[in-house]
Design a protein around this ligand. Structure first.
Ligand SMILES: C[S@@+](CC[C@H](N)C(=O)[O-])C[C@H]1O[C@@H](n2cnc3c(N)ncnc32)[C@H](O)[C@@H]1O
Length: 303
């Protein structure tokens, strides 16, 4: 099992995602002889997991069942152990697109944090790209190194335990893209520029406060970055449901015409005297999920 390649069968040492329901999943490390307790009963790793196909429905000891899923960066983001605030897939998808990441890209990131974004970057740039990720908190850097090893992606990533604002990314002139998720990104702009290729590249900075965004934009402008643009991504889900609506009153019916519009895809409701219709509709929530942060993008032009 690797986070950047798909395997058919579950093996000892793999990380798998136990799916108990859409809001209830957990990652486990497969070890022969071990058991994992769930609300549906125990899962025995040797007999229930090792040698089974990813995606298998496993019956637990109390008779309930779970699915055993292959890990993906998206599943990892909603299941990883939080050591910091993390980025979620809504922002990550836009970062990946707007930084123009692709297989072979060389990317710099700071800070590594809990590695949520790092896993998505790694999946996108594999098999020939490289991620240089900088984290000044020693235990977080150590934990990230260990997770990358367990997830079989360590050949694609270099973790540096240093202060990016003081020491930079440890590389010069090789990055296609730089991503910053630190409290003072404006202090890392010089280092970001130095790490990037002479022919230019893309930069993104994530900040929760508009004052941080202002300082970062000023620094980017002063260092010759172009196409500076800040956006906020809000996830707007729609619930599909049936609603009963009153029939519109178009006045007295004229001979030979149907007074109700035909494009409503309506069903007449029995026993209502034809005064209402049931429509399938998609409605947005009345309240939106809150602000995560602002994403500031910029382009470094050719030197
Ligand atoms: C919000 S977390 C990053 C989360 C990460 N993007 C993720 O998706 O998991 C910010 C991290 O940046 C690190 N950090 C803050 N300032 C830094 C600096 N100057 N140099 C290196 N790391 C820094 C912190 O220790 C923290 O782990």
């Amino acid at each position: 099992m690797s986070f950047v390649e798909y395997s058919e069968l579950i093996q000892e040492g793999d990380v798998v995602i136990i799916f108990l329901g859409h809001d209830s999943m957990m990652p486990i490390k497969v070890q022969s002889g071990a058991q994992t307790q769930t609300r549906f009963g125990a899962i025995r790793h040797s007999s229930d997991l090792i040698g089974q196909r990813f995606g298998t429905k496993v019956t637990c000891s109390k008779g309930g069942w779970v699915y055993v899923l292959h890990p993906t960066p998206e599943l990892w983001t909603v299941n990883l152990p939080h050591r910091t605030q993390i980025l979620y897939t809504t922002d990550i998808a836009n970062i990946t697109l707007m930084l123009d990441l692709k297989p072979g890209s060389v990317v710099c990131e700071s800070g590594t944090g809990s590695g949520s974004l790092s896993h998505s970057i790694l999946r996108t740039i594999a098999p020939t790209g490289h991620l240089h990720t900088v984290e000044f908190h020693a235990q977080r850097a150590e934990k990230a190194i260990q997770e990358f090893k367990e997830h079989k992606v360590s050949h694609l990533v270099t973790v540096r335990n240093q202060d990016v604002c003081a020491e930079g990314f440890g590389i010069t002139g090789v990055a296609d893209a730089v991503f910053l998720d630190i409290p003072s990104p404006w202090e890392a702009v010089t280092h970001a520029k130095r790490a990037m290729k002479r022919k230019g590249g893309r930069l993104c900075s994530f900040s929760p406060c508009i004052e941080q965004v202002q300082k970062t934009c000023e620094a980017l402008l002063n260092h010759g970055f172009e196409e500076i643009c800040t956006l906020e991504v809000l996830l707007r889900v729609h619930d599909v449901r049936s609603v009963t609506l009153p029939l519109p009153d178009f006045g007295p019916e004229e001979c030979g015409t149907n007074s109700t519009p035909s494009d409503l895809n309506q069903e007449e409701v029995p026993n209502t005297g034809n005064t209402s219709v049931i429509c399938r509709t998609a409605t947005p929530p009345r309240e939106m999920a809150g602000h995560t942060g602002y994403l500031t993008f910029a382009t470094k032009p050719r030197d």
